[in-house]
Design a binder for this molecule. Structure first.
Ligand SMILES: *Cc1c(COP(=O)(O)O)cnc(C)c1O
Length: 401
């Protein structure tokens, strides 16, 4: 693929008020107008370049949005207070009472809970399907279906969505394809593959320093305008607005994303290969044994690799917990949810980030008790890390000497 998302970010130029190399932070919630007429026009949506109130938009948020739209190759983007703020706004914007959603069954726990427990109160129903089976996806479409929803690389099972073919199905039936690309920024460009809306939790790899929550919706100008509409826009009315100071700090971190993703991917690949060679049940899209390895390869922007997320199955929750505690004790990383940090983070998703999913459904989708999800860090010396990790695994009996 010829698209170079990191170049698109790098090529954007905007200066601060005094010629600063970073844009000035717009530290204001509200904006003055030179005339009452302009204020009226702005509320009507007819005054380009005017700001009215920072819940609607602010210069700092627009800068970050522009960079993320450049990265995802969409017309524009709107940043939000969190990834969930982006997901919930998009779905409530696209769906009316009586509508139907088809969603991958392996998605972020919060998104799953929103679909399963929250929006049914607006009479919006969701069918959860195995997103890797295109015939099953198409068969689930009803006359009320509005959206196909998936993650490029799913949380936590690392299933890979065939975005190109899902987009074809969506187009054929007049549906919107919404893709959460949180696990694979830069590596996969869903909009290029045909997705209508691309969402990220900026909390994870994109910000990369585990110091903030944030989200973004990347899409057409028409859709983003609709989200921000003062009369019926979900972002405007539900109020999941990012603060300008945060937008400014995330933009600065975004500029090193390409270097970080390369290191996350390099370390992820190294460990996945070692774990698999030791006989551990390892899931990583970069491994040939991954059922969607070839699909990921066909979709990816090669230089960013297969990402920093991998899972191993150590057989039981007790072993998983003991191993994670020992690895933390040996300073290999932290027993914590979330991802995209410089340190490795590990958790057992069945009892944490996916605990919203009932046990029976967890079993059905292959989310076992002994599963450990790793977000591999930026370790400078991954061989040293592996050496210590291996000793931990021997000590807990996950590996046999
Ligand atoms: C974390 C996460 C979210 C939610 O994002 P927040 O910023 O925590 O609201 C959504 N999707 C995926 C895949 C995530 O990992």
């Amino acid at each position: 693929m010829s698209f170079k998302p990191a170049n698109s970010i790098q090529d954007l130029q905007y200066f601060g008020e005094f010629g600063g190399v970073n844009p000035s932070i717009s530290d204001s919630s509200t904006y003055t107008f030179l005339s009452a007429k302009t204020m009226f026009d702005t509320f009507e949506g007819n005054a380009d370049g005017c700001y009215l109130y920072s819940r609607h938009s602010s210069p700092s948020n627009l800068y970050l949005g522009a960079a993320l739209a450049a990265m995802e190759h969409t017309e524009t983007a709107n940043v939000t207070a969190s990834g969930m703020g982006a997901i919930t706004s998009v779905m409530l914007q696209l769906c009316n009472a009586g509508d139907h959603i088809i969603s991958s069954r392996t998605i972020y726990g919060g998104t799953y809970a929103f679909f399963k427990n929250f929006i049914p109160k607006f009479n919006i129903e969701t069918s959860f399907v195995d997103i890797t089976k295109l015939d099953v996806v198409e068969a689930a479409i009803t006359k009320n279906t509005k959206v196909i929803y998936c993650e490029s690389v799913s949380n936590p099972l690392l299933e890979v969505a065939d975005i190109k073919n899902l987009a074809k199905i969506a187009k054929k039936h007049g549906l919107k394809l919404v893709v959460d690309n949180t696990f694979s920024p830069l590596s996969i460009s869903p909009a290029i593959l045909g997705a209508d809306v691309v969402i990220h939790s900026l909390t994870k790899f994109i910000n990369g320093s585990s110091d903030t929550v944030g989200g973004v919706v990347c899409g057409s100008q028409e859709f983003i305008n609709a989200l921000r509409n003062v009369n019926d826009g979900a972002c405007m009315l539900l109020g999941a607005t990012m603060d300008s100071l945060r937008a400014s700090s995330i933009l600065k971190n975004l500029r090193t994303l390409h270097i970080r993703m390369q290191q996350h991917s390099k370390n992820g690949m190294f460990l996945a290969e070692k774990f698999e060679a030791e006989g551990l049940k390892t899931v990583y899209p970069g491994l040939k044994s991954h059922p969607s390895h070839q699909l990921f390869k066909n979709m990816m922007n090669t230089e960013y690799g297969f990402g920093g997320m991998l899972t191993i199955d150590v057989g039981s929750l007790n072993k998983a917990n003991a191993l994670m505690e020992l690895m933390q004790h040996k300073n290999l990383g932290y027993l914590a949810v979330s991802l995209g940090f410089y340190k490795t983070l590990f958790s057992a998703p069945g009892t944490s980030t996916s605990s919203e999913i009932p046990e029976e459904e967890q079993n059905q989708m292959g989310l076992s008790d002994g599963l450990i999800r790793f977000s591999i860090g930026l370790d400078a010396d991954i061989e040293r890390t592996y050496g210590v990790m291996r000793k931990c695994m021997l000590e807990i009996g996950v590996l046999k000497a």
